[in-house]
Design a protein around this ligand. Sequence first.
Ligand code: NAD
Length: 331
Amino acid sequence: MKTLLLNKEEVGSLISMKEVIGTVEEAYKAFNSDQVIQPAYTCIRLPAPRGEIDFKLGYNKANEIISMKASSGGFPDNPTEHGVPSGMGTILLFDARTCALICVMDGSLITGLRTGAAGAVSVKALARKNARTITSIGTGNQARMQIRAIREVMTIDTIHAWDHHPQALAQYKADIEREFGIPVVMARSARDAVKQADILVTTTRGKGSLVEAAWVRPGTHIVAIGTDTYGKQELEPEVFRNAKIVVDSIPQCVEKGETWHPLNKKIISQDDIHAEIGEILLGKKPGRETDDEVTIFDSTGMAIQDNTTSYRIYRNAIAGGTGTSFEFIPS
Ligand SMILES: NC(=O)c1ccc[n+]([C@@H]2O[C@H](COP(=O)([O-])OP(=O)(O)OC[C@H]3O[C@@H](n4cnc5c(N)ncnc54)[C@H](O)[C@@H]3O)[C@@H](O)[C@H]2O)c1
């Protein structure tokens, strides 16, 4: 029985962002076609100064692959004390017909790739067709990934960015302008940035309201990425009043997404959630219907996005003869 091993460099060379946008669409459609079993993720928290390790599992009947992603984070002493990164990821792929382990790959790039692609898929389904200006609240890893993906599905004229760390903001401007040639305006306040947005992307680690409802212009599409766990928050709950609310997964978003906050404040009820995004991609529910409506895509991230993306990487590796083969059970 052969298992393919793929390291970080190989994984990075085996897939393009365009392909990831396709695999994330495939994941969302499978999720809303009863093709997916995705148990709640489990997590082990270790005593400080150590962080945590999460395990995300997904079975996709459409490709007969079971995936498990283990991702750790929050180990500040790792680089200095142990010579390993502060966060790491590994993905295992099992052939669901036999449960044979067919691939072990580095998983540190996949979360960023599939999260960027999630934003891009929502832009295709929900943003105004004449949207040209992006506002980025937060300027870390995910903020960069969102731009990398969204530029594949629309022309971005300008990015207005804000971060509470001026140094992070300046570095983001330098990186985005160098890599993509898109001008970045460093906003003086979150308010100044949000007021310019056709598309508002939030990717902070915030734990309180950063974006006020009064700043959001009619017709804005909001990509809410940062709140993926209970306790985090980026939007004032009032932003949700009268908006078209689309989520990746209703059970996940009502429990630990941005949607939890307006539900908790009784500004909306669960019936006010318009759709899971897969329903829109499948044509079961409409996407944007008018130029004036505010649309919100609340993403908490799903194991099935890791499943379809890593399986595509595996197939590309097999097709190109990339990687190292290992026999856990010698024949
Ligand atoms: N929805 C998903 O599928 C998904 C996937 C991956 C990561 N995430 C989440 O996205 C968030 C960002 O991840 P990242 O890898 O880009 O992190 P990062 O640390 O690279 O970047 C976070 C950025 O936000 C800024 N920031 C942090 N707290 C802030 C605050 N209170 N106000 C304003 N700015 C603040 C930081 O200065 C930094 O520039 C995290 O909460 C992460 O858990 C979500």
